[in-house]
Structure formats: structure tokens, C-alpha cells
Write a protein that binds this ligand. Structure first.
Ligand code: ZN
Length: 471
């Protein structure tokens, strides 16, 4: 039996599709020996837990545009330099930002009750002393769009939609519209304040903050999220059938333009230094908790992946960039700046992959690449499958900070993490280091190291450029 026949029968035995390519047909022995080393050292390593521990301890929460943001950038630059990467540099990112001073929400009638709340990003302040009005409860964002202005004029709107728990986080998208777009619709309809049930799955009594879409000149309303138990309570009070009034107070300030930085570390490629495999995470966080899961974990994972590759005897063929993105939370500003900077050289970006879904284990991989690169992706997946990672098809966007580059045809890979518990902590005071299982980070960092390494060694380009632009 020849080798190809053996490989084919093995593939059939394993129930793999006919598009299967064996890694030994695609990559050299040396490249695969390096994978074995990455796997062994990765699984014995820290997974980058030491990185997120240091970031969350020394800096803590780091809202884009805050003094802690500048501290985080300085930390990242020093950390990556100290780690011995070939080059570390900063790229400026300018964006509008916002900070909270205080917020309050309470039921004032027919009973009196304080609710746990957080203002939503870019919420304007209320007049001093707050606003008080009768509340109108609506099911979800669609109900808000449909409601007649006469029903909500002069009222406080409360959106009660619940986010569903799911491994892939698919409950987030439908629920989050109420947060990102609702207040401006409420403003158009003449309401005086906007309240949502937290976009999150926790039953604990803290609120989940998050961004609202912000456009200069578009009128919005003071907007807050209340904790999920408080939302339950408010619904029960409303079910009593009497008019219910709320008092909402927000004090917050808007900053027109702040300049932060993407921090980039490079392992310079030996053969094609201008071609780049980009792995990243975002350095900023919300201003509550310590941003451990979102996205300190990602920062740890990709930094450790870079360290593992750096420690190999062999240099990658292509350059590998470890990117700590700026200002993701308040509008993907770091990702937008990176896309703009690279749009005319997209064909030189082999692939983008961001870790930004907490610290759960990776369960599957999917990719958006050219037809020609698909066998290479199959071969890379073969090297990831011992880590418990399934192949999940064609189509990926590489994570939020690589999404803006999709407009220029960036080839992308998603390593999808189990996010079942992620939205229990997302954007809350409870996003702290103890929520991270270091063993899961080890699996993540090892996977990113193998992915970045083999992407850099691929015999073909993954096809970034006009051909991968989606309609
Ligand atoms: Zn994030």
C-alpha cells in the first residue's frame, strides 16, 4: 500500500470529507516538528494567565480614553519589548469617548425600590436631580420601532427582552440591538429616558454596561441598564396593574477626541518579512470589573502564542504580528484604524484572527480563505484537532477588531470559544481574574500558536484582497 492510499483510507476511517489533506502533504517535516514543540511547550506553559494577571493587577479596568487606557498602552509596550519580540511599536487611534460620574435608577411608585444600574456608553446626562416619569414597558427592540410616539411621549421606556444563553454566544446579537440602537429611537419618539434589562445572562444583582452606537449630532436619551433581578422585580411591579414611575439620574461626560494606540509586536519573517499573520485581542475594557475575561484573557492568549513561537529555534517564513487593539468596546476604533492602515496592502496580510470571547475552551475552527488555500486550512485543522477543536466550515470574520478589514477582503479564521458562561460576567463588576480557568487559556494559547505558525509557513497565500470581499 502506498502512502497516499494509506492516508485516504485513514481519512475515510476517521469519517473525514474527501477534501481532507494530510498535514505531511502540505507542510515540511521541520514545520511539523515545530508544531509538536509548540503543542508540548504550550500545554506545559502558562497559557498567558500570567499576562492577564499582571495587566488586571497593575492596570485593572481600562476604558478607552481614560488615564488607565494610557497606562495599559505603556504597560503593553514595555511588556512586549521585555518579552523579546523583534520589533514593538505603537500606531495612533483617535476616537470620541465618554465617562460616567454616577447613575441611579429607582422605582418611585407604587412602591419605592432602588435598582442596581449602570449607564450605557455614550449616555448623555440627565438634568441635575434626574428625571421622573411613568414607565412604558416594551418587549424588545422591534416593539420599540413599532410603538406609536403618542404611547411613549414624556415617558421612560423599559425594554424587557432577555438574552438567551448559548455556547456560541448567538443570543447576544438579537438582544444587543436594544442596547446599541434603542435610546436614539426612544428619543425620536419623545421619551425622556431609556432603561433596558441587562444584555447578559447573569442572575446576579449587577448590571451589564456596553456601548451604544454613537454618531455626532444624533440626539439620544439618558440610557441605563438595570440588573436582571431588578428587571424581574420591575416586571412584577408592573404586573400589579397600577401606573409605575421611575426616577433615573445619569451624570456622564463626553470627550470629542482622544488618541490612544494599537500596540503591535512582531516576529520578523525569515523569507517573506512583508507578509503578515495577524493575531490580536483588545487591550481596552469597560470601566467596571477588571476586564479579565473581556479581553484580558485574549491579550494573554495571543501574547503567549507569540512567546511560544518566538522561543522556537526556527523563524517563521512570514512575519507574525501580535496586536493589542485600542478602543474596541466603544466602537472598534483600533480595528478600524488597522483596516485603514492596511487596506492598500491587504494582499500581504495572510490572515487575521482575534481572541475576544473570554477564556472558555476553543471547540471549533472556521475560515474564510481562497479556494486554493482550503487544503492548507484542512491541514492546519488536523494539527489543532488533538486539542479538541472541530472543523466548522467556510466563512469567518476573525473577531470584532478584524471585522472592519472584511470590507477590504481580509482572510480570516475564527477559533470559536465556548461562551456559555461568558455573558454572566460580560461588561460587569464581576469580570475579574478569578473567573478564568488557566487550563482553558493553555488550550487557547497553544491553538493560537499552532495556527499562527502554520499560517506563516503555508505554501500558499490565504487570498486576502478583492476576491474575498463579500457583497
Ligand atoms: Zn471584548
Amino acid at each position: 500500500m502506498n502512502k497516499i492510499f494509506l492516508a485516504t483510507s485513514l481519512a475515510l476511517l476517521m469519517g473525514l470529507s474527501s477534501g481532507f489533506s494530510q498535514a505531511t502533504e502540505v507542510f515540511s517535516e521541520e514545520d511539523l516538528a515545530a508544531v509538536a514543540q509548540l503543542r508540548e511547550r504550550g500545554l506545559q506553559g502558562s497559557g498567558g494567565f500570567d499576562v492577564v494577571e499582571e495587566l488586571t493587577t497593575l492596570v485593572g479596568a481600562r476604558l478607552a480614553g481614560s488615564p488607565e487606557d494610557a497606562k495599559a498602552v505603556a504597560w503593553a509596550q514595555a511588556y512586549l519589548t521585555e518579552a523579546g519580540f523583534d520589533r514593538v511599536w505603537l500606531e495612533p487611534v483617535t476616537f470620541p469617548t465618554w465617562h460616567r460620574n454616577k447613575e441611579e435608577a429607582k422605582i418611585t411608585s407604587p412602591i419605592e425600590r432602588e435598582m442596581v444600574t449602570l449607564a450605557l456608553g455614550f449616555s448623555p446626562p440627565t438634568p441635575a436631580g434626574g428625571v421622573e416619569a411613568q414607565v412604558v414597558m416594551l418587549d424588545d427592540y422591534d416593539a420599540l420601532e413599532a410603538v406609536d410616539a403618542s404611547v411613549v411621549e414624556g415617558k421612560i421606556i423599559f425594554i424587557r427582552n432577555r438574552m438567551e444563553r448559548a455556547r456560541d454566544g448567538s443570543g447576544y446579537g438579537p438582544a444587543v440591538r436594544a442596547r446599541s440602537l434603542g435610546a436614539r429611537i426612544a428619543a425620536q419618539k419623545g421619551a425622556v429616558a431609556y432603561v433596558i434589562r441587562s444584555i447578559g445572562t447573569s442572575t446576579n444583582r449587577f448590571a451589564h454596561t456596553g456601548a451604544q452606537r454613537f454618531d455626532v449630532g444624533v440626539r439620544s436619551l439618558p440610557a441605563v441598564a438595570i440588573s436582571n433581578p431588578d428587571a424581574d422585580q420591575l416586571e412584577r411591579v408592573m404586573a400589579l396593574g397600577e401606573p409605575v414611575s421611575l426616577h433615573i439620574e445619569v451624570d456622564a461626560e463626553f470627550v470629542e477626541a482622544y488618541t490612544s494606540h494599537n500596540v503591535i509586536a512582531e516576529i520578523t519573517g525569515a523569507k517573506y518579512p512583508d507578509e503578515v499573520v495577524a493575531i490580536g485581542a483588545h487591550l481596552d475594557s469597560w470601566d467596571v470589573g477588571t476586564g479579565a475575561l473581556d479581553d484580558g484573557a485574549g491579550i494573554g492568549i495571543v501574547t503567549e502564542a507569540g512567546r511560544l513561537i518566538k522561543a522556537l529555534d526556527q523563524r517563521p517564513d512570514r512575519s507574525i504580528h501580535i496586536i493589542h487593539f485600542a478602543a474596541e468596546e466603544i466602537g472598534l476604533w483600533g480595528g478600524r484604524a488597522w483596516a485603514e492602515k492596511n487596506k492598500d496592502r491587504m494582499n500581504l496580510i495572510q490572515v487575521g484572527a482575534e481572541s475576544d470571547f473570554g477564556a472558555g475552551p476553543i471547540y471549533s475552527m472556521r475560515a474564510k480563505v481562497s479556494e486554493e488555500a482550503k487544503p492548507v486550512i484542512r491541514a492546519i485543522h488536523e494539527q489543532l484537532s488533538p486539542l479538541g477543536i472541530a472543523f466548522d466550515g467556510w466563512g469567518a470574520y476573525g473577531g470584532p477588531d478584524f471585522r472592519p478589514a472584511a470590507a477590504y477582503g481580509l482572510a480570516a479564521i475564527d477559533l470559536r470559544q465556548d461562551g456559555r458562561n461568558y455573558f454572566d460576567y460580560h461588561h460587569t463588576e464581576n469580570d475579574t481574574l478569578d473567573k478564568i480557568d488557566p487550563q482553558h487559556m493553555v488550550q487557547n494559547a497553544t491553538a493560537y500558536a499552532i495556527l499562527a505558525w502554520l499560517s506563516a509557513q503555508s505554501p500558499v497565500k490565504f487570498g486576502s484582497g478583492p476576491d474575498l470581499i463579500e457583497e
